[in-house]
Design a protein around this ligand. Structure first.
Ligand code: ZN
Length: 172
């Protein structure tokens, strides 16, 4: 496994629409392993492949709060089948939008069809935090970031702040 670099906004690659995966093989599993390691190291609870610059429809998640027990979840080619009309609001952040948080409203439960780590077809009924995380990560596959749901003014303020941080960044 190896750590990958997480891309941050503003970056055009994050706006790409990711391509479906043809089959889940060794290459895809290696990528999922790297994504998981990168996510844990960040630390974060979800990561989409496009966040490390790979436009494939792959997501990893671990919303377990156990410090010793890890509960990784892998989603390849996820498709949302059903969304609840009831909404839930969480204060969301994103590894690609560092240090920025905003309350985002999304359906509070959903059903998602996907291929797992082994390439088996699965259907998951998700609610609460898991439903929000899946929807946040699936937005990445469409090139959408959570800041896109904010007002134009708020969004441009965040992007301006992030751009400024980038120009001040040095590596020595
Ligand atoms: Zn994100």
């Amino acid at each position: 496994m190896s750590l990958r670099t997480i891309l941050t906004e503003p970056n055009k690659i994050l706006r790409k629409v990711s391509e479906p995966v043809k089959k889940v093989g060794e290459e895809e599993r290696r990528l999922m392993d790297d994504m998981l390691e990168t996510m844990y190291a960040a630390p974060g609870i979800g990561l989409a492949a496009i966040q490390i610059g790979i436009p494939k429809r792959i997501i990893v998640l671990d919303i377990s709060k156990g410090e010793n027990k890890k509960e990784p979840m892998y989603f390849v080619n996820p498709v949302i089948k059903n969304k609840n009309s009831k909404k839930a609001t969480y204060e969301e952040g994103c590894l690609s939008v560092p240090d920025q948080f905003a309350e985002i409203e999304r359906p509070n439960s959903c059903e998602v069809e996907y291929l797992d780590y082994e390439g088996n077809k699965k259907l998951l009924k998700a609610s609460g935090l898991l439903a929000t995380c899946i929807q946040h990560e699936m937005d990445h596959l469409e090139g959408i970031l959570f800041i896109d749901y904010l007002s134009k003014l708020k969004k441009s303020m965040i992007i301006k702040k992030l751009s400024k941080n980038k120009s001040n960044r040095i590596v020595v």
